[in-house]
Design a protein around this ligand. Sequence first.
Ligand code: IMP
Length: 193
Amino acid sequence: MSSLPVTRPAADELKEVLLSEEQVRARVAELAADISRDYTGRDLVLVTVLRGGIFFLADLSRALTIPAALDFMAITSYTADSPSGVARLLKDLDEEITGRHVLLVEDIIDTGLTAAYLLRVLHTRNPASVAICTLLDKTARRIVPTLPIRYRGFEIPDAFVVGYGLDFRQQYRHLPYIAVLKEEPETSLSLPG
Ligand code: IMP
């Protein structure tokens, strides 16, 4: 573990750096190389979920050596009002994805309920293929056993992490590294995006 940069705001609320800026950057470059190789010659659309995924998407897409369209979705939390795992679409795609290759770019997959919902939505539009690229994979809390995770940045332990797009009450998204919060939030605060 590297030490916490003291100049960053609110760093005293963080327990430790789990993944340094350098580790994240290096892994994003590797993932981009794999994706560039696998999707060469294909009509690729990278889809991410607002807001947490935008940092990963921005870095990943810039490291690709192939062209790709970018698009965004936003969904409600399923935890507050609908604990059964039913989410609602707040912002749909702008792109038409029928017949195109879709890569769902996620910051983190935890229970997998969010990704499963998004996959269901995407599949209704008959894309040529749908796969997942997640930066972080928290497998310990997985509820949905079979997700098409084709690219995985890091498998992480069951801890609440922030930074590089991930928030706690809309804070910490700007951190260039991924850190563990000192205080573990209630599960119900683990909201999509
Ligand atoms: P799911 O449990 O896989 O459906 O993940 C739901 C959402 O909870 C994710 O998209 C994230 O936005 C959020 N989430 C899950 N774990 C964490 C975490 O450790 N830090 C910040 N957000 C998280």
